[in-house]
Write a protein that binds this ligand. Sequence first.
Ligand code: NAP
Length: 505
Amino acid sequence: MLRDVKIGPTVIVIFGASGDLTRRKIIPAIYNLFIDGWLPETFSIVGVARTASTDEAFCHQLREGVDTFSRRGKAKEEEWSKFASAIKYMAADYNDRQTYLSLLEDLDAGWRQSANKIFYLATPPTLFTVIVEQLGQLKAFRGEKNYRIVIEKPFGKDLESARALNQSLTEVFDEAQIYRIDHYLGKETVQNILAFRFANAMWEPIWNRSYIDHVQITVAEKVGVGRRGGYYEGAGALRDMVQNHLLQVMCLVAMEPPTSFQADEIRNKRVDVLSAIRPIEKDEVEKFAVRGQYDRGVVDDQPVPAYREEENVAEDSGKETFVAMKLYIDNWRWQGVPFYLRTGKHLPGRVSEISLQFRPVPHHPFSDSVTPANRLAIQIEPKEGIMLRTQAKEPGLGMKIKPVEMHYTYQEVFKSASPEAYETLLLDVVRGDPSLFMRNDQVEMAWSVLGSVLEIWENSIPVDFPNYAPGEWGPKGAEDLITRDGRSWLVPACLESNRKDGICP
Ligand SMILES: NC(=O)c1ccc[n+]([C@@H]2O[C@H](COP(=O)([O-])OP(=O)(O)OC[C@H]3O[C@@H](n4cnc5c(N)ncnc54)[C@H](OP(=O)(O)O)[C@@H]3O)[C@@H](O)[C@H]2O)c1
């Protein structure tokens, strides 16, 4: 990873700049990089969108976003004024060639000619190809390392559409210029999986099928779809969460040790995992994947609507708001070890956690006690940390075994707030380091892993929807998926009741 690269002048062009993502994530992240001195002295931001506006009105809207969403809270007047002086707004029609002519002309004026130029596509995905093709008709970008393009998720809606989008992109840009965002990869705790595994000698010998019984990855949200019903109707939990975040986290847990931290080395190792995932045959989908949709219910004493009653959602919608899956990785390290994945909306809490459940000891010498197996929990959010459950002798006469936990949280140990994932990722784009971004083969492989499930689910409307109440861990089928194997879902460490050790609220 390129941590010490000196950054030259940089201009960031944001398409879709009037939108939610720009206000909530992109600008607060760039602003924090600016305050922390990571941006070069000479930089500028050009916001592009259809809405008629002025530089002043646009900046005002962005400041509100920073005041509301920045991890640092409200912007300070002097810092904001300096930052805002580098921001311009351009009202534009994405289908008009003139938009891109003016933009490129502007980028080449003054100091910008030699600058890094980053095109950030924060528009609805339907516009990605339009913008790329329009840019490509005006200029040869391939091989021009100072031009980079950032693509937001969703990257396609299946293998075919992802391939088509990759094709459009690679006709205009080299793969090395393309940054496909999966913001999960920018999270500190997700990056820490690599440090934890490969900077400590003790894990590698036991990080395999001989010692690990199974792995669980849970990414749960407490909220429903809220105002994003329109988007969700086209996506669903499988596309929105599993295809990207959960599979990428799984890759980091399962990958082989890299020989270096060069972008392509890390990405090759992640692709190796995806390509070793055992395909799910169409007639086996029911055995390996379960979908759910939330009903109306009560959350924190407040009534909440069913998914089918949400804004912009069809009243007979068959879209899943919950997915549980079982995957196997067919290689030496993981043969026979199931990876259970689950994600959903209106689950009991907001939590992302990876649990590695170790095998039990081969022999129990402590005759009076059952010895539960060790468990390692990597906590991604809301509290970032690591928890290792081991066994200890309970003080007293006789030999009584009791589970105890060793844990650390980032907050306790490092005492400083972690940067937002978007800060990490945007700085990497500015530096030209694509390690934490998805390469074309990774994205396509991830779609391919889910191909049969997508197809079967798309073509069969579930008859039991809605099938779970808000606050439950999904439908009964999710329970059956794992109990059939003689296992059970682990309650994420931070949601275990009566927890008093402060790991998680
Ligand atoms: N919001 C998030 O948290 C989030 C998270 C991950 C990924 N993403 C992805 O990031 C991108 C932007 O998300 P967003 O939430 O900011 O989207 P958004 O607010 O719905 O849209 C962004 C901007 O695009 C323009 N737009 C909307 N519909 C359009 C249309 N049919 N034709 C042309 N322009 C249109 C609008 O600006 P004008 O009308 O002014 O042109 C809007 O302000 C999307 O691809 C989304 O999937 C978003």
